[in-house]
Design a protein around this ligand. Structure first.
Ligand SMILES: [Zn+2]
Length: 74
């Protein structure tokens, strides 16, 4: 089984709806085994939500957390 590098920063996914589904592997065609139980996440007034399983961050497009730059190292 091939594994991906795990020391990369959490993935940020921009979405157009406040309700998202994450299973940790939806963007990886052959990565179903790398995923986690499917969870439903709801973006609140902060404009984003993080998946508790895979640390992916879902950002609502046009929301308060929708930054296009990647300079999170403050
Ligand atoms: Zn996830």
């Amino acid at each position: 089984m091939r594994r991906f590098v795990t020391n990369q920063p959490p993935e940020t996914i921009r979405v157009s709806a406040s309700r998202v589904v994450c299973d940790g592997a939806s963007d990886i065609p052959s990565g179903a085994a790398l995923g986690h139980p499917r969870v439903f996440l709801e973006i609140d007034e902060t404009g984003f939500v993080e998946c508790g399983y895979c640390d992916r961050r879902f950002v609502l497009i046009g929301g308060p957390a929708d930054h296009t730059d990647h300079s999170e190292a403050a």
